[in-house]
Design a protein around this ligand. Structure first.
Ligand code: NAD
Length: 256
């Protein structure tokens, strides 16, 4: 049997790295792409290939995928790289808005557009990382939330569009995951999302549970895989109690 292969963006940290470890541990060949070259150099997964790559750079996408696949097929492309962004939109710096859109959505779009040919050759799976903030527009995270809605829309659209090509398209929809992303200070404040979450008595899910959910998403038939109590609760409320979601957003994302 030929060894299966997964290419992961944002692979040097958090969810991407935990997923790489899980797939490698189950016999998959792993390619890790990230802007953080220093972190890539310390990965230590036997046989893993690393690529210093910015998901906004289309040429880098093509050369990394060509090199990793040898010009052949790819079983899974995990479009996972993303950055956090929080704080009031009315006070946000324009550079920050452009950066979040370009990485969180533009990077995922690049991966889908360029990855399609490789996935088609293998009958593979495109796995995108959305967020619980893609379930209901999230106050205090407006731009981030909007990029994740875009990722969700792309996932649903391509699940239909690529069905005839034999490519499965899936999204993981994590709630609050304990990674460095949540430890960044929210702009205009000296507090992080992590602090807000723990003070509100909400849960933080570990990265290993997300890696297992990514595995299940690749091997299952659901378009969206919700991860952690917050994501599951929001998915239920957005469907059945939209008025309650609206009130919750007036109090702030993540309030009970
Ligand atoms: P993380 O900060 O640990 O990892 C993100 C990785 O992406 C980093 O290694 C970073 O260097 C890399 N990266 C950033 N910009 C890049 C670029 N332009 N090109 C290539 N790589 C780039 O954070 P994480 O929590 O593991 O985030 C992974 C994904 O999960 C993101 O898309 C994030 O939005 C999403 N997510 C995270 C949470 C959470 O609570 N942590 C919840 C929902 C969704």
């Amino acid at each position: 049997m030929t060894q299966k292969a997964i290419f992961i963006t944002g692979g040097a940290s958090g969810i991407g790295l935990a997923t790489a470890r899980l797939f490698a541990g189950r016999g998959w060949r792993v390619g890790l792409a990230d802007v953080n070259e220093a972190a890539l150099a310390t990965i230590g997964i036997a046989g893993a290939k690393t690529y210093r790559m910015d998901v906004r750079d289309r040429k880098a996408w093509t050369s990394a995928l060509d090199e990793f696949t040898g010009g052949g097929g790819l079983d899974v492309l995990f479009n996972n790289a993303g950055i956090g962004s929080g704080g009031p939109l009315a006070e946000a710096a324009f550079d920050e808005l452009d950066r979040v859109v370009a990485i969180n959505f533009g990077g995922v779009l690049n991966g889908a557009r360029i990855g399609h040919a490789y996935l088609k050759r293998a009958g593979g799976c495109l796995l995108n990382t959305a967020s619980a903030s893609a379930i209901y527009g999230s106050a205090g995270l407006a731009t981030y939330s909007a990029t994740k809605f875009a990722v969700r829309a792309l996932t649903e659209a391509l699940d239909g569009e690529w069905h005839g090509d034999g490519i499965r398209v899936r999204a993981i929809v994590p709630g609050f995951i304990d990674t460095p992303l949540l430890r960044e200070p929210v702009s205009g404040s000296n507090r992080s999302i992590r602090e807000t979450v723990t003070e509100a008595g909400l849960e933080l899910t570990g990265v290993d549970a997300v890696a297992q959910a990514a595995w299940d998403a690749v091997h299952g038939d659901r378009v969206h895989t919700y991860i952690g109590p917050t994501a599951k609760r929001m998915a239920f409320a957005a469907r059945w109690l939209p008025g309650r979601m609206r009130k919750m957003m007036r109090r702030g994302f993540g309030s009970q």
